[in-house]
Design a protein around this ligand. Structure first.
Ligand code: PLP
Length: 403
């Protein structure tokens, strides 16, 4: 079934979609014609507990019948307990006493973080240094922080105050982060949109040290890597790093739109009433979904599950002819393809075989399935991908002598 064509009432910000999905359960999706697909993209690292998870569905239904929205002129019963739960997970089980601002998306969570860094840095010390290849969102400030000049190009001039350096290179950061102008360093612990790029081990810890020495804020964007996906509650915990500001979204509501900007108490204190806000951010319906998501994640030990299921999936992918290597951690994996295969064409072929994945860059397929994905489903996904690779090679046969 083909999605809206060029006469659609939807703006053309996305390429025409080949499928219209109607329902989902766990790691399965069904299109409007009832065809089954295996979802190994998880709504781009969002549906961590699987589609239509009963606890999240029940929480949303119950809350919708009770109270959906009151505005942030008033408190609601859910936002503060949810902030406490998130603070505890940022502390890997130990409350850190930090504070949270709730937004509706990842980009908004990062907007909150960038504004907070400017508030702390003060006039003149407002620069945010981030990495080439990064992705931080589509609003103007988060786009400016995003280290992909080709995405800036149609919208220049970009907001002022953003600098980029090579990812994973501590010396490049040392040169760029002068403490007189730089308020914060903003990084993803793994660059998901760049094709699941993992920096050298020790990089984050070295960045933390640099930030401490120069009194620069460390702002970690864990929107894609966080909430168990890479085998810890937040990926920075692999290196024992606690940032000054951490942003979360995607998996937080298991599909309900919610983002969060967490900050150490002394940092969060820089915000005063009126400095930042959102009509919907932290509203009861989204908070109910997020609370049910976090509670369930703790019950099932989400980080352990992501590690175990991720190790099976990465092994299954590694065995495929056409996959040169597999990188990433837990259930955020990138299959690096051999040179003769185009990832974008392959993701289209995989879809035609009933497998949902995507190609963030031309050489890599990304996998970010639900933590509840079974090993049998991973084996089935690898088999479907194998068929898609064979199709791709039939269409564009390998050149003699090609690697
Ligand atoms: N930061 C990272 C690391 C992301 O992966 C994304 C989305 O892919 C964002 C920010 C933006 O999140 P959203 O699309 O919810 O605004």
């Amino acid at each position: 079934m083909t999605a809206p064509d060029d006469r659609s009432a939807l703006m053309g910000t996305y390429a025409p979609a080949p499928v219209v999905f109607a329902s989902g359960s766990g790691s399965e999706l069904f299109d409007v014609d009832g065809r089954r697909y295996l979802d190994f993209l998880g709504g781009i690292a969002v549906v961590a507990l699987g589609h239509s998870h009963p606890a999240v569905t029940a929480a949303v239904v119950k809350q919708a019948a009770r109270l959906s929205h009151v505005s942030n002129l008033f408190a609601n019963e859910l936002a503060a307990p949810l902030a406490e739960a998130l603070d505890r997970l940022v502390g890997d089980g130990t409350p850190l006493g930090g504070q949270v601002f709730f937004a509706n998306s990842g980009a908004e969570a990062n907007e909150c973080a960038i504004k907070l860094a400017r508030r702390v840095g003060g006039r003149g010390r407002h620069v945010v240094v981030s990495a080439y290849g990064s992705f931080h969102g589509r609003t103007l400030a988060t786009l400016a922080a995003t280290g992909q000049p080709q995405k800036h190009e149609p919208f220049v001039p970009m907001p002022e105050g953003f600098r980029h350096v090579a990812y994973g290179d501590i010396e490049a950061l040392e040169s760029a982060a002068d403490p007189t102008s730089v308020a914060a360093i903003l990084l993803e612990p793994i660059q998901g949109e760049a094709g699941v790029v993992v920096p050298p081990h020790g990089y984050l810890a070295a960045v933390r040290k640099l930030c401490d020495e120069r009194e620069i804020l460390l702002l970690l964007d864990e929107i894609q890597t966080g909430l168990g996906r890479t085998g810890r509650w937040f990926d920075c915990q692999h290196e024992g790093v606690v940032p000054d500001i951490l942003t979360s979204a995607k998996a937080l509501g298991n599909g309900m739109p919610i983002g969060a900007c967490w900050a150490r108490r002394e940092v969060a204190d820089a915000y005063e009433p009126g400095d930042h806000g959102s009509t919907f951010g932290g509203q009861p319906l989204a908070c109910a979904a997020a609370m049910a998501t976090l509670t369930t994640m703790e019950e099932i030990d989400a980080p352990r599950l992501a590690l175990e299921r991720g190790s099976h999936l990465s092994e299954a992918l590694r065995e495929l002819d056409g996959v040169a290597s597999v990188r990433g951690r837990g259930l955020l994996l990138g299959a690096v393809l051999e040179d003769d295969i185009d990832a974008s064409a392959l993701s289209g072929l995989a879809l035609s075989h009933g497998l949902v994945v995507n190609a963030p860059v031309p050489s890599v397929l990304r996998f970010a399935p639900a933590y509840t994905v079974t090993d049998d489903q991973s084996d089935e996904a690898a088999a479907l991908l194998g068929q898609a690779i064979a199709d791709a090679r039939r269409r564009a046969p390998r050149r003699e002598g090609a690697p």
